[in-house]
Ligand binder design. Structure first.
Ligand code: SAM
Length: 332
């Protein structure tokens, strides 16, 4: 990734206050304003009245979003740009309101980053029930955007068995099953995420139902053997020892010749990677005991120690996305 080394006071100041725009977005979702605008054009006054908000404040927020290019203004009427509207439409297939709410709830934690810098410990080692709800549904918001079409990229085939380890709501597992008729999919996760998994099953057309195992992958048997294991955004929640142990457990649950796929925010210690992956490492510092973002070398070493071979960086999950795919194979 190209780094931009050109600096002036304007860019420094923009970096200092970048959270203002994020907080404006959080407020738009929290108040229901973005959802209303996603449904259709509105004026300041009718939005303020309908949502019981202060008209002057609504006007200010609408000007921000118009300036940011999220809204168009025609006279007194604001309309969301068509390309953006699906991401804010409540209950729609591309709705991102839960991941936005998750980020809103993380603001207080991020504001205490200096404490973690001193102690090396997390500020928020566990989520409240409200934080958990938006976290699980927020993961769903993101995975829904990029799960489609991945089955072909992973080379999944009818008759294979696949484990979505730490699959949470199971979006990847369900999508792989939907896109690969005859694929037998198991989603393994903690019991906490079962409601979001069951909700996700509704309305899906699958040739074979997706199996669910509730368990803790650090202590419980993960089933198998499987032909393919998909480990998406799991390892960053664990320290190197636990991540290595989990990869060994997964490799042991693979059939000979089977494939282990990792999706992760891969950090580049030389500073040439996606900035989000580097920021995500701080998010793990703030929210977990030992989690971190891993480099390709660190992941590759852990996969090798787990007995995998032919390890390759396959590239970003989607163009420009901060998440990358890595593949390893169990020897035949
Ligand atoms: C960041 S989410 C990733 C979910 C999904 N794989 C995805 O990519 O969207 C991490 C998942 O790991 C699960 N998890 C964390 N610790 C676990 C454990 N000890 N055993 C099983 N699942 C666990 C969480 O419940 C959560 O669903």
């Amino acid at each position: 990734m190209m780094r931009d080394n050109s600096w002036g006071f304007v860019r420094v100041n923009a970096l200092a206050n970048g959270y203002w725009a994020s907080c404006a977005l959080h407020a738009a979702v929290r108040t229901g304003l973005s959802g209303e605008l996603a449904k259709g054009p509105r004026t300041t006054d009718d939005l303020a009245q309908g949502l019981e908000l202060d008209s002057r404040a609504v006007g200010m927020l609408l000007t921000v979003f118009t300036t940011l290019g999220l809204l168009n203004k025609d006279g007194e009427v604001y309309s969301m740009v068509p390309e953006a509207a699906p991401f804010f439409l409540p209950g729609g297939p591309k709705d991102m309101s839960h991941i936005i709410m998750h980020n809103a709830l993380m603001v207080e934690t991020w504001a205490k980053l200096h404490n973690s810098m001193q102690s090396g410990n997390p500020v928020n080692p566990g989520f409240t029930p409200k934080e958990s709800l938006h976290f699980y549904k927020g993961m769903r918001d993101i995975s829904r955007q990029q799960a489609g079409g991945l089955a072909a990229r992973l080379g999944l085939k009818s008759g294979q068995s696949l484990l979505d380890l730490g699959g949470g709501p199971g979006i990847y597992g369900y999508t792989f099953a939907q896109e690969t008729s005859g694929l037998r999919v198991t989603v393994f996760d903690l019991p906490d995420s079962l409601p979001s998994f069951e909700e996700e099953a509704q309305g899906r057309d699958l040739s074979i139902p997706v199996t669910r195992i509730n368990g803790d992958y650090t202590i419980d048997h993960i089933g198998g053997p499987y032909d393919v294991i998909w480990i998406s955004h799991i390892l960053h929640g664990e320290g190197p020892d636990a991540a290595g142990a989990l990869l060994k457990k997964a490799a042991a649950a693979l059939n000979p010749g089977g494939a282990l796929w990792i999706q992760e925010f891969v950090v580049d210690p030389e500073g040439k990677g996606h900035p989000f992956a580097a920021l995500f490492a701080l998010n793990m510092l703030l929210n977990t005991e030992k989690g971190q973002a891993y480099s390709f070398k660190e992941l590759s070493d852990l996969m090798t120690a787990a007995g995998l071979e032919n390890i390759q960086a396959v590239g970003p999950t989607a163009p420009g996305a901060p998440a990358s795919l890595i593949k390893g194979e169990k020897p035949k």
